[in-house]
Design a protein around this ligand. Structure first.
Ligand code: HEC
Length: 141
């Protein structure tokens, strides 16, 4: 009889422990992947950010005068569209060169008549536009 009570209480204890176990070791909600992501070291995020930053750095390399000219200015200046002084045409550029670099850069940055501000390259830096003007003036000398 005693033995039966012992077996019964052992079964009852095991049952209670089994019932309590999930609440003691309960995990936050989410799939295994979500939990793994939450626990992932911050380093992996930092690494991804560093890779992105290096990609940005590469594209932030300033464009040469030739590159800016080819991509933006040549649209008008190669054929002389809308009265744009033609590339490498000394006679057309002579009176413009006489105005001085400061005036020419001012025209480039803010536009002049049919010439749009920044030669249409809104994303070009002042330095890149300066490179383009120097490139155009060198070709016209
Ligand atoms: C949409 C056509 C167009 C584009 C694109 C363009 N230009 Fe011009 N540009 C002109 C025209 C037209 C003039 C002549 C304006 C005038 O004096 O009436 C001109 C004149 C100039 C002058 C002489 C300004 C002066 O004061 O005499 C410079 C320098 C110049 N452009 C540089 C550039 C550069 C650098 C780019 C590219 C980043 C560029 N342009 C893109 C149309 C353009």
């Amino acid at each position: 009889m005693r033995r039966n009570i012992l077996i019964a209480s052992t079964i009852a204890c095991t049952f209670i422990v089994a019932l309590l176990t999930p609440s003691v070791y309960s995990v936050p909600p989410g799939t295994d992947d979500q939990i793994r992501d939450r626990l992932a070291p911050l380093g992996s995020v930092t690494r991804a950010a560093a890779v992105l930053q290096s990609a940005v750095d590469v594209s932030a390399e300033p464009l040469s005068g030739e590159a800016v000219y080819d991509q933006f200015c040549s649209v008008c200046h190669t054929a002389g569209v809308a009265g744009a002084p033609k590339f490498a045409d000394n006679a057309v550029w002579e009176p413009r060169i006489a105005k001085g670099m400061e005036v020419l850069m001012n025209s480039t940055l803010y536009g002049i008549n049919a010439m749009p501000a920044r030669g249409g390259c809104i994303d070009c830096s002042d330095d890149e536009l300066n490179n383009a003007v120097v490139y155009m003036l060198d070709a016209a000398k």
